[in-house]
Design a binder for this molecule. Sequence first.
Ligand code: FBP
Length: 540
Amino acid sequence: MAISALQKERAAYAPKLPKSLQKGCVKIVNGAATQSVADQAEIKKLFPHTYGMPILTFDEGCACSQETKPAINVGVILSGGQAPGGHNVISGIFDGLKKLNPANKLYGFLGGPGGLVDHQYIELTAEIIDEYRNTGGFDIIGSGRTKLEETAQFDKGVEICNKLGITALVIIGGDDSNTNACVLAEYYIEKNTGIQVIGCPKTIDGDLKNEMIETSFGFDTACKVYSEVIGNIMRDANSAKKYWHFVKLMGRSASHIGLECALQTQPNICIISEEVEAKKQTLSEVVKSIADVVEARGNNKENFGVALIPEGLIEFIPEMKVLISELNDLLAHETDVQKALQGLTPASAAVYSSLPDAIARQLTLDRDPHGNVQVSLIETEKLLIEMVGKELAARKAAGTYKGKFSGLAHFFGYEGRCAAPSNFDADYCYSLGFTASVLIGEGKSGYMASVRNCKSASSEWIAGGVPVTMMMNMEKRHGHMKPVIQKALVTLDGKPFKFFASKREEWATKTSYVYPGPIQYWGPSSVCDQPTKTLLLEQN
Ligand code: FBP
């Protein structure tokens, strides 16, 4: 198979591990017992076997060679949207398992969690692993969005694990997949199956993080790819001086990606959905706030600019939120869209009919397996260009606005999800995978692999395990209270947002663009190994 020159050189990159994982043996340090972030009594009742377990940290072990443990077989699953570095998690698991015992085997379930249920798998040999080291994508075994939540699915999993002699599964996924991994871990202990389950924190969205999980993998690379292209667009805008670029950025509900890209590139506008919600801004208010910046720049003869729009914005605007939630409920029971629309309340029906046709249609498209509207399919960037254009035309007619407005729409999402991982993600992911193998070797289950202190050099990173139940609370899903990992949205009192808020007025009026350029894999550490600005601000 033909591979690029970069891929060839990059295959030889040896990801850096924390000191504790570099030697032959690891010393496990048990922390204090844990409790869930909220709803302790309910979560404890639902997870009697995995609740309250201690946080584990790994210390450098003794110099002696570790006693070889009996050979084991392990299965790995990639779940949900792609994120750069997934292949390195798998190579980290593989190398870690081989270090424990060269006879250990790793199986990959194909096409996501569905592969476990449908018994679709391959053995991941050294040849296969070597082909995928330090590459982007999830194509080594594929991913999928099947939810593992029914006991019938769990039992199908036991069948195939027993057939292949698998005694541990690693589930690489976001908040929902890791919640389900914990439910699976609990069930497998309860049923005495002898199968351990370990999770790994994945998602470009950056919304799976907390005190113990500093960042989800893929966020670093994806933001760097988007920031490179945003920087290129900024240079073009500043050269041509005739377009306003509206860039929608992936990230589902959370605006972490938009915020990080803003910190890297200093755009004229960056909307943060969480702020829109906190201020209860209507769509018209959001449009007016954008138009204000365009007008101020236009009156200053700067008829160009760059606005970053988070993918999930539409869901945070109060009237749209109500409309979407009504549509979610109606479409869950009625597949005929026209009939479903008749069930809208008068207020939502009015909002629906005020929307441009294309956007209204997009709101009724198929839901994802969790029953949510697929925000990546809604062209919010085009909606805003259209509405800002109308607002500015009205201001022109009133004589307040003297500039010109020509908007161009972009959507960056899929472009960054499978990029070759940055050095940070390559190292972080490999360390997460290696950590998962140590947790398996220690017989742990219901833990998520955790690698902390990421603002420091990788040798100083702290590897270990965090009980998944510790991150849980009860939330309403489809009308029922369920235990779920708490999603981390942008917090308005957090350092990244505060820093952005202190700068945005200056960035709006002055042209202060920063051009990050492409990800560099070789060169000075200040260029190649820096984590995201979000992480640096949060950790300092
Ligand atoms: P995960 O939450 O599974 O990591 O997916 C992230 C994401 O890229 C979102 O940012 C985006 O909204 C969604 O996936 C797109 O879904 P799909 O891959 O099904 O088009």
